[in-house]
Design a protein around this ligand. Structure first.
Ligand code: NAP
Ligand code: GDP
Length: 316
């Protein structure tokens, strides 16, 4: 049988890639696999995308018509502060065959000094926060590249801007991860070893979080139906922004951790907030249902406990 669409997902073994694979295989509604679609999920073992030769070999092998480009060096605040040059070296090479590419930006690439809520038009309006300028400039260039591909070749390459993502298959490393997986792991160890549970910073910064399986559905929708070159923010609404303290409380509840916890205010807070507007998304998909935050945290905690031995925790 011929396939109309051969879709490769780079970064297929990561948090977002695994969630897309899960939705494609399990969703019984409109986000599940469709006839004529062949999905291929790649990991760095299939080829290091920093290498032109390896990238070309992948495209020659699969001849994709569509690409969801997730592969990236990814990390939380503390990793971004440590490895700025590494984060700057991002690489994207695309074969002429490809009809559509959906790449992944992030809300942390927006200007540090800005008005809120931020929206899709503001990406290039000023320097990013110093803590992650390597990652931010590399990601901003994807948007520049997409516009150039369209102007010169008419290619439909676009990008999405998720807020802070979490869920099964996250990177649960104690130092290099994002806040939710980091705190889930720390709370798990505190409960198991009867040691203190310490949250970095003041707990006051505010963030919008998106559950990886919700993001996966939105990615699939973008691939199939979103026709703009300009990016689209994929996020819960402004009213669903929570503080880091709210996050710690949700984790404590989901983990059934009975002790109190403390804040280490000698650790960085990072940006106070990056509130993003999801108005553009809601214009396209007014009825999209996000998983409630506490439910999504609960599912992530349960996944972590069940998969502790194989999860990415820095120990394996
Ligand atoms: P992740 O869990 O860290 O996964 C990264 C993926 O990229 C893995 O599959 C990894 O393969 C692959 N990869 C890394 N370097 C590679 C290379 N040189 N060549 C080939 N593959 C490589 O990341 P994620 O959280 O799913 O992030 C996916 C996308 O979302 C990224 O573009 C990220 O910038 C963006 N994003 C993430 C967040 C967030 O909160 N997590 C927020 C906004 C945007 P291996 O498993 O084989 O190493
Ligand atoms: P960001 O949203 O890009 O800033 O990245 P993170 O997901 O790393 O969130 C950083 C925020 O969570 C900062 O305010 C940190 O002080 C706070 N935080 C509290 N505990 C932790 C932790 O264990 N790991 C991380 N990464 N951040 C933490």
């Amino acid at each position: 049988m011929t396939q109309d669409k051969v879709i490769i997902v780079t970064g297929g073994s990561g948090l977002v890639g695994k969630a897309i694979e899960w939705v494609i295989e399990n969703d019984k509604g409109k986000f599940g696999k469709m006839e004529g679609e062949k999905w291929i999920f790649l990991t760095s073992k299939d080829g290091d995308l920093r290498s032109v030769e390896a990238t070309r070999a992948i495209f020659d092998k699969y001849n994709p018509t569509h690409v969801i480009h997730l592969a990236a060096l990814v990390g939380g605040l503390f990793k971004n502060m440590k490895y700025k040059l590494d984060f700057l070296r991002d690489n994207l090479l695309i074969n002429d065959n490809v009809k559509k590419v959906v790449s992944c930006l992030s809300t942390c690439i927006f200007p540090d000094k800005t008005t809120y809520p931020i929206d899709e038009t503001m990406i290039h309006n000023g320097p990013p926060h110093d803590s992650n300028f390597g990652y931010a400039y590399a990601k901003r260039l994807i948007d520049a590249q997409n516009k150039a591909y369209y102007d010169q070749f008419g290619d439909k390459f676009t990008s999405v801007i998720p807020t802070n993502v979490f869920g099964p298959h996250d990177n649960y490393d104690l130092q290099d991860s994002h806040v939710i997986p980091g705190l889930i792991h720390k709370c798990y160890l505190a409960k198991k070893n009867k040691t203190p549970f310490v949250v970095a910073g003041t707990g006051k910064p505010r963030r919008q979080f998106i559950y990886s399986r919700d993001l996966a559905k939105l990615f699939i929708w973008v691939l199939r139906e979103y026709d703009e070159i300009d990016p689209i923010i994929l996020s819960v609404g402004e009213k669903d922004e929570v503080s880091i303290k709210d996050v710690a409380d949700a984790i404590v509840k989901a983990m059934d951790f009975k002790e109190s916890y403390t804040f280490d205010t000698t650790k960085a807070d990072g940006q106070y907030k990056k509130t993003a507007s999801n108005d553009k998304l809601l214009k396209y998909l007014p009825d999209f249902e996000f998983t409630p935050f506490e439910t999504a945290v609960k599912e992530s905690v349960e996944w972590f406990i069940q998969n502790y031995d194989s999860a990415r925790t820095g120990k394996n």
